[in-house]
Design a protein around this ligand. Sequence first.
Ligand SMILES: Cc1ncc(COP(=O)(O)O)c(C=O)c1O
Length: 412
Amino acid sequence: MVSLAAPHAKGKKSNDVIFGTSAAAKADIQKIGAEHVVNATIGTILDDDEKIVCLPVVERVFKSLPMADIISYAPIAGTPKYLEDAQAVCFGSHRPDAYTAAISTTGGTGGIHHAVHNYTSPGDEVLTSDWYWGAYKTICEDNNRKLRTYKLFDEDPQFNRASFEGNILHMAENQENVMAIINSPAHNPTGHALTSEDWDFVISLFTELAEKGKHMILFADVAYLDYAGPDARDFFSKFSKLHENILVLVEYSMSKGFTMYGLRSGALIAISSSQDVITEFSDINSFTSRATWSNTVRGAQETLCRIWEDEKLRNEWETEKEEYYKLIQERAAIFVEEAKEVGLPILPYKSGFFISVPAKDSKAACKALYDDHIYLVPLAAGVRIAVCAVSKKKMHGIAAKLKAAMERTGQL
Ligand SMILES: Cc1ncc(COP(=O)(O)O)c(C=O)c1O
């Protein structure tokens, strides 16, 4: 094969199983009709008629924007009021007692990129759990970093503190900057969330190492924060008055909370006890934004600000997303209850768009389900079901059919 790619780029290729399985589902829909097919691959909220949901207040406000607010450039870091409002939206009533700053990002993905790029060095490892969103690995590899994993669950199954600690200590022996990405609450792909005590454990471990001079970077990926229930934001208060060698980065995505997936907007928010660290955060990340995407979508920033700054619109937004949080909870409850009834072992689910089922050969299980016209995503250690995208009616029976498919393929 002729290749003109530079050495570091040679051989790079995304193998996106999610879009692959989704394509198979779409082909089946063409053949036998949507009503006979369960497409549980999509990571966006669909209503019970299988139409993509846009929160009505978001649609109204976005469509009412003057053209100039949609098409004009925004400042590289984001408009000043967006940088304030995005923090307010993200923290809610749990703003940490610390210095903070934000920069606008291209969805949550952009913030993950900047954090990896600016707070670890080439060759470094970045830690996340063994159940993880595939883009973490892609971002690490594209930046010449390695993704390392700890076991998310212990035998109970609870957050595996021992595994987290062991891996962090190992990394601290080899690197100056130690970064862990924690996707909580409403973890993709399991629906897991750290408890308050788990967060205390993580912070105390980070503090211990920070006191020894290590630079500890805690990246909280809160992409699904708005569908995680009333207590979802409580843990932000814990990031108050931390040691100066700890930097907390929180990535807020407008993709889910504002159902603006394709408008590529979010905010990377830094929390530190040091004003210097915060100033440096704004400088280096704006620089990287300039060097990658320049500025982000002004119309999305304006939409968030208009909704947040108007009490009536803000209340509408809260009510509308609450409605979809409940809908997703109801769908998930159907699967969880049926899994229990038929004896299908699943990972503990609290909230969020996805549930996962451990499997030895997830690809075989998912393929076998094609016979039932059910499309789930095969991951390395199991099968992912997008409860955000499947109607309540269609949720019934998936657990039993998945169990049967796993039996057929010799996995149970
Ligand atoms: C775990 C996780 N983090 C972050 C994101 C950010 O997505 P986006 O860049 O679309 O905001 C996603 C989206 O699927 C996700 O699943």
